[in-house]
Design a protein around this ligand. Sequence first.
Ligand SMILES: O=C(O)CCC(=O)C(=O)O
Length: 221
Amino acid sequence: MIDLPSIAPYLQALLGSNYRLDHDYIKIDNAAHANKLYLHGGGQGAGGATDLVGPTDGGQCYYRYNNGKFYNGLVAVGFELDTVPPGAGGFACVPGSHKVNFELPSDWKVSETQDELPECVARVEAEAGDAIIFTEACAHGTVPWEGDGERRTIFYKYCPHAVAWSPCYYNADHYGDLSERQRALLMPPSASRKIWEKVQTEQSELEQLRKGRGEAASIDE
Ligand SMILES: O=C(O)CCC(=O)C(=O)O
């Protein structure tokens, strides 16, 4: 799931070839969890000082297009496990907001019910099995759930290799049978993979040295 051939070309176009999986989670929307819509993210600091993802100066939620290439601080892939019919709820965003240079008006950001959604919000219907790919720089959120069943969504969030959102990193050794590409996607952040490999070698040399010292100390005792 983290490196599907049908998804990878989009991630490569939006993030360049050197990207990593930063974090993942599952979200369930149903009658018991029909949360209000809180539009968050937004390009060039549009989320503003009270943004849900933290006060944004445009730094972490950036979107840029230069010399024929896209640059994004975080790109999400949401796999819908259930069909989200029109009017039920689900993903929504403000198209084009990844390019705006000022904060969304605060009275647009929160909608307690679907009736309150501002006109600029586009809802996205989905069939079970669809993936919704979006840049976190686009103001987005979850429409309050008013459907019959429930919506279960798996999110994978990717960023450029030098960027980190989550304070926790994956350890590829904890997952069996990974391809080289999958292992590379799970690497902790660093400006280049070579730096990470060098640090790993130094760490294991250090551990060996420590072990050696420990053994020498217990012989002395
Ligand atoms: O429910 C959704 O698809 C929106 C999720 C969301 O806001 C996010 O992942 O930041």
